[in-house]
Design a binder for this molecule. Structure first.
Ligand code: MN
Ligand code: MN
Length: 465
């Protein structure tokens, strides 16, 4: 007997779109055919998807969700609910400082992994995975890389900036050892000396408002660091994943590396595709909402990034979700820009923004969107059972209404932040239902999921990249 039959929708894959029925058994897609009507009489649940797009669930490979704490026991679960409402069926978290790990676990890569897994084991509504952060506070993270990869965590992030960032020597070794053992290093590319020098100069001049955060890290600060990371990866003969690429200047380095045949991959984020640095002209309290790194860029930059996505120079779109709140983590805007927590929420708005601004505006094809938010994330990050609508894969599905139109408002979102960078933006299309391994998590716009339904996904990268 079939568990679930999704009938009459337009099934979208990276290869094409067609009207088809999808049958699900035991959490797995069992058939995708033009007409599976013969199964309808005996299926446990039949869903009419007429007029809807049936999409593979989005996979958000870049989030900074926070694990539950005594004071905020629901914060991880609640962001997983937000993911589901946004059509994201799997998200990857980083365990960087500030996401709730203990100081003791912060000394060791494997300790951090064990603690994060324990803290989130029964807490998510959708599937989850982890990328471990390599920091300067760890005793010997490089030595622990092979074991982490063997335990299903093959992706790691290192920062070239921040107090927990690492030096170039560590970056080189991390690239080389991760690559040799079937892992991949993700790098936050900004040039530390350039931006620390500028930060000091602005502060000394009394220019402390949030907008000087952006002035202190112009595009070349990111682009120079991106070029350096590529150079280190070339030397190490290792794959490199550039996180949150924000500007044409950095994109040019990625494009050149890829033309050379190097395994260099880069993501961009919805905010760089849809917002510009005019937001920093807002009153300081509002401008603080857009204090992120890299910062929002100037006019013309979003189009350069859309072109990069369409051309394949950029691999995918991920959110860089940080559940900061204006009233809490962002409140230090009054002191000076360098004291403001970097980041903003986005876990719930990925699909809406890429569909509305990308597909509806004619910048990318619908099939390319599915590739950018599901197919490529699954492939690059080693989620072997996810990322497409094909028999044998997990039944992670989104029923998406392309005819809907709505206005994004923080009060309607479910994340643990108290604002959205997209307040008041009208978007075309809306997630109606989200299914994770055959079970509805959101159905017709209502949460019907279960805390703990989400599983930790152990990953292994495809050596072919
Ligand atoms: Mn970063
Ligand atoms: Mn990030």
């Amino acid at each position: 007997m079939t568990d679930l039959l999704v009938r009459g929708g337009t099934v979208v894959t990276a290869a094409g779109s067609s009207r088809a029925d999808v049958a699900v058994d035991g959490g797995t897609i069992s058939a995708v055919e033009p007409d599976l009507g013969a199964l309808a009489a005996t299926a446990r649940d039949v869903v009419d998807a007429t007029g809807l797009l049936v999409l593979p669930g989005a996979i958000d490979v870049h989030t900074h969700t926070r694990v539950a704490s005594d004071a905020e026991p629901d914060r991880f679960f609640q962001d997983s609910v937000a993911a589901a409402f946004g059509g994201t069926t799997t998200f990857l978290s980083f365990n960087n400082p500030g996401t709730g790990g203990s100081a003791a676990a912060g000394r060791s890569l494997l300790g951090g992994m064990r603690e994060w897994r324990a803290a989130t084991a029964s807490d998510s509504a959708v599937d989850i995975a982890l990328s471990l952060v390599i920091t300067s506070a760890q005793d010997d993270p490089i030595d622990e890389l092979p074991a982490a990869i063997a335990l299903g965590v093959p992706t790691f992030k290192a920062f070239m900036v921040y107090d927990f960032g690492v030096d170039d020597a560590t970056l080189s070794r991390a690239l080389e050892v991760a690559g040799r053992h079937g892992g991949m290093l993700e790098v936050h590319c900004e040039d530390r000396s350039a931006l620390e020098e500028r930060t000091a100069r602005y502060l000394a001049a009394g220019e402390t408002a949030p907008r000087f955060h952006a002035s202190s890290r112009p595009p070349f600060v990111e682009a120079d660091a991106t070029a350096r990371a590529i150079g280190l990866a070339r030397e190490a003969r290792a794959p490199l994943y550039v996180v949150h690429l924000s500007c044409a200047e950095a994109l040019a380095h990625v494009r050149a590396a890829r033309a050379e045949g190097l395994p260099v991959h880069a993501e961009t984020c919805p905010h760089y595709l849809t917002l510009t640095d005019e937001r920093y002209e807002l009153p300081p309290e509002d401008a603080a909402r857009y204090v992120i790194s890299p910062p929002l860029r100037g006019p013309g930059q979003p189009e350069a990034l859309w072109d990069g996505l369409a051309a394949g120079d950029l691999a995918l779109v991920a959110t860089d979700h940080v559940p900061d709140r204006v009233a809490v983590e962002k409140r230090s805007w009054r002191e000076s820009f360098d004291r403001i927590s970097n980041g903003g929420p986005g876990i719930e708005t990925l699909l809406s923004l890429v569909y509305s601004e990308g597909v509806v505006q004619g910048r990318i094809e619908l099939e390319r969107m599915v590739d950018l938010v599901a197919g490529t994330p699954a492939r690059l990050f080693g989620l072997r059972t996810k990322g497409a609508i094909e028999p044998g894969l997990d039944a992670d599905l989104v029923l998406f209404d392309p005819a809907a139109r709505r206005t994004l408002r923080a009060v309607d979102l479910h994340h643990t932040s108290d604002y959205t960078p997209y307040e008041g933006r009208v978007v075309e299309g809306a997630v109606r239902s989200t299914i994770v391994r055959g079970a509805f998590v959101v159905r017709d716009g209502a949460f019907v999921g279960r805390r703990g339904h989400g599983r930790f996904v152990e990953r292994s990268l495809d050596p072919a990249g």
